[in-house]
Design a protein around this ligand. Structure first.
Ligand SMILES: [Fe+2]
Length: 328
């Protein structure tokens, strides 16, 4: 949209678009984009805040600068001096605020991931940094789980699902007693990226309200392979993460896809992510049903013979049922 400014477009102050990466969503100033000629679009406002998806699209399209009104420049400077990671590492900040700022950063990272055809190094490195922070939270603060559980049933599905699967996977992995810090990060990253292949599936198929044709199903079920392709050549992503992305729909019974692998040959961390994935989907609100409670979701998973690793299901039930009681 183009609008009349109370200053000349030449007076607007250029700021680097990169400065808004990892910033919090709330802004107390307006942000403009210069179009051709003297046209200026008001792209983000102080009332609605930053829209991470749109920001990622601008970056993807090669926009390098956004513009601030001179009257707002002081507000901008204060804003930019407190990026989310500073809030996160401040020892005086409450756990809830820390998680909120971490989720903010993650949501922005997700928005970037979802606009890329190939994973860019910088995005992957950012994701890794985020997962490290989550590992810190998972290992030091059991309360994280309760907060995330609450969020998942209310939040925007695609983003929160990825975050939730990542965190749930790390909790299950930690409870299994078989994972060191590095492997916890691998599982976290695998959970975070497991469904990125869906970004390559056309929206009309992904969000189709009707029945899918056999060809459309085939495309949907190719998302592990598409995800693997997206991560190809991204140096910051370890191979183990690729195995997880590729195998997260395999089932111990051999009825999974894409390779109908049987229990013992499925990569163990991929089994963890598969379980966290199933659990997160059940406790999330979907257009076609309300969310299941944690107890109901665990019961459904326990009854799904052959779909998940039995020992992991036992571990998961103990982790989530105990935490759920603590959170109540
Ligand atoms: Fe998936």
């Amino acid at each position: 949209m183009t609008e009349r400014l109370n200053c000349s477009p030449d007076d607007l102050i250029a700021v680097e678009i990169q400065a808004f990466r990892n910033a919090t969503r709330d802004i107390n100033f307006d942000i403009y984009l210069k179009l051709s000629g003297d046209n200026v679009a008001h792209v983000f406002s102080r009332t609605t805040g930053l829209d991470y998806k749109r920001l990622a699209q601008y970056i993807q399209r090669g926009v390098t600068h956004l513009y601030i009104h001179p009257n707002d420049f002081e507000n901008y400077k204060t804003f930019i001096s407190k990026p989310a990671h500073v809030v996160f590492s401040d020892p005086g900040t409450s756990q809830e605020r820390k998680i909120a700022s971490l989720l903010n950063m993650t949501e922005q990272n997700m928005a970037e991931i979802f606009t890329q055809v190939k994973m860019e190094e910088e995005t992957a490195v950012n994701a890794q940094r985020l997962i490290k922070s989550y590992v810190d939270l998972v290992t030091t603060s059991p309360q994280t789980l309760a907060i995330i559980l609450k969020l998942v049933s209310h939040g925007e599905y695609l983003y929160y699902h990825a975050i939730a699967v990542s965190i749930f996977s790390m909790f299950i992995a930690k409870a299994s007693g078989q994972f060191n810090q590095r492997m916890l990060e691998i599982v976290g990253l695998g959970g975070f990226f497991h469904d990125i292949g869906y970004t390559q599936v056309p929206r009309e198929i992904l969000y189709s309200p009707g029945e899918l044709s056999p060809d459309q199903w085939k495309l949907m079920r190719s998302h592990p392979k598409l995800g693997l392709k997206m991560l190809e050549g991204t140096k910051a992503i370890p191979d183990e993460v690729r195995y997880i992305v590729y195998q997260h729909h395999e089932e111990p019974s051999g009825r999974g896809y894409p390779n109908s692998l049987h229990g013992p040959v499925i990569y163990y961390p991929a089994k963890i992510v598969a379980l966290a994935d199933g659990f997160s989907a059940l406790i999330s609100k979907r257009p076609f049903r309300p969310p299941y409670s944690v107890e109901q979701a665990i019961k459904i998973i326990q009854d799904a013979t052959g779909k998940y690793d039995r020992d992991l299901v036992r571990i998961m039930a103990s982790v989530f049922l105990v935490r759920q009681r603590q959170a109540a």
